[in-house]
Design a protein around this ligand. Structure first.
Ligand SMILES: Cc1ncc(COP(=O)(O)O)c(C=O)c1O
Length: 416
């Protein structure tokens, strides 16, 4: 008899801490759409959350200069002094926030910042309030850190924003964090100073709750919306707020993997303890590039946002012209989060019922060859997210195809 020593063949058993987490639905849909494209289908993929613009040339040059200069070794654990200085200046210039170098941390993307923060602070069962719809990485990271995500659904009528009453009701003695993301992935909703104020008042009444604000889409806001971050509104929150940002979206640098944050010295130090055994430090040359992104020319930010605004208007108008779809005008980011409840209950020409937003997105993928993401992937059905970070030509074609696919949906009574 031979012993089976291949543990994985005998049946792989993941660690408990990841058993509730699957591969992101966005990645799964993207992979399916790419496979269909390889097989010859004329796919339009509106799933990925990354700008279609290129990293600015000045940033690429800074990277090349760092390589030539030999800045290719490990750096200080949580960021080079040059990048920390550039981040301090960015916070002062753009947000009116004043932080010392040891209150700043740099990591491999904002995702690692979140990971470090949760791993550094959560004990088993500690609760983290996450208003939904939300980027699902928040709850996945909380789960990996053995905390408990407390998802609070925010309706389209409330602009997908958390209300003070909802926050008050969600807080318990076990609450460690509230996570807010403005402008939001996936809804594009953004909190104004007036929206933040009642939430701040609740937080002031509950001093054991920390606030993590993810300002990743700060530069992508439209019309007259004025971006503001909570610590600028209420300095008394400074000691317990982690203000998170990064270069991925504003500077089209998703692949460079640089995120950063400002918070209390004690928290920043604890986050470095998590970072040390995981990545040692962020990429040296990406950090040099990020210094240039934050300190160099900024004029293209406005130009790119204007281009995103045109695309937003095109998509919102196109979707609202379709019977059964209702799309709120987002204040920022490059996503629409449209209500498709009016199409649930209908039937596809092949006789398949549309019972959920996931069924609807599946139908669009198969029939219209348009890849979008169901609201379920962000914790709120019956909605779907479009990432409009692609050309107006492609978006126009996508809307035409979605409209045509929707017009072919029938009610059961239409069938003979
Ligand atoms: C709201 C939000 N925060 C953070 C991130 C991750 O940013 P990074 O590329 O810096 O890890 C994303 C990426 O989609 C995001 O949507």
């Amino acid at each position: 008899m031979t012993l089976n020593t291949d543990l994985d063949k005998a049946g792989f058993v993941p660690a408990l801490r990841i058993s509730a987490i699957g591969v992101s639905q966005i990645l799964k849909i993207g992979a399916r759409a790419q496979a269909m494209k390889r097989d010859g289908a004329p796919m339009i993929i509106l799933g990925a959350g990354e700008p279609d613009f290129d990293t600015p040339d000045t940033v690429k040059q800074a990277d090349w200069k760092a390589i030539q200069h030999g800045d290719t070794k490990y750096t200080a654990l949580d960021g080079t002094p040059e990048l920390k200085q550039a981040i301090r200046e960015k916070f002062r210039r753009e947000n009116g926030l004043d932080y010392a170098a040891d209150e700043i941390t740099v990591a491999v993307g904002a995702k690692q910042i979140l990971f470090n923060a949760m791993m550094a602070t959560l004990n088993v069962g500690d609760e983290v309030i996450i208003p939904t719809p939300a980027w699902m990485s928040y709850s996945d990271i909380v789960t990996i850190a053995e905390g408990k995500p407390v998802c609070v659904p925010c309706s389209a009528q409330a602009g997908f924003k958390l209300t003070a009453n909802q926050l008050e009701a969600a807080i318990t003695p076990r609450t460690k964090w509230l996570i807010l993301n403005s402008p939001s992935n996936p809804s594009g909703a953004a909190y104004s100073a007036t929206d933040y104020q009642p939430l701040i008042e609740v937080l002031l009444r509950h001093p054991h709750v920390r606030l993590l604000v993810d300002d990743m889409y700060e530069h992508v806001v439209y019309d007259d919306f004025r971006f503001v971050t909570p610590v600028a509104l209420e300095p008394r929150l400074k000691g317990r707020t982690l203000t998170v940002n990064g270069v991925s979206k504003a500077y089209a640098m998703t692949g460079w993997r640089i995120g950063y944050a400002a918070g209390s010295r004690e928290l920043i130090k604890a986050m470095a303890v998590v970072q040390s055994p995981s990545t040692s430090c962020p990429s040296s040359v990406s950090q040099a590039a990020a210094v240039e992104a934050l300190s160099g020319p900024q004029h293209f930010l406005k130009e790119r946002t204007e281009s995103f605004r045109r695309r937003r208007d095109l998509v919102v108008a196109g979707l609202n012209a379709i019977d059964g779809i209702d799309c709120r005008v987002p204040e920022g980011a490059f996503y629409t989060f449209a209500d498709c409840a009016g199409l649930v209950g209908k039937t596809t020409p092949a006789g398949k019922p549309i019972e959920t937003d996931t069924d609807f997105c599946d139908y669009l993928l198969q029939v219209a060859h348009v890849a979008v993401v169901p609201g379920a992937a962000f914790g709120l059905s019956q909605f779907f997210r479009i990432s409009y970070a692609t050309s107006e030509i492609e978006l126009t074609e996508a809307i035409l195809r979605i409209a045509a696919a929707c017009s072919r949906l029938g009610s059961d009574s239409d069938r003979c």
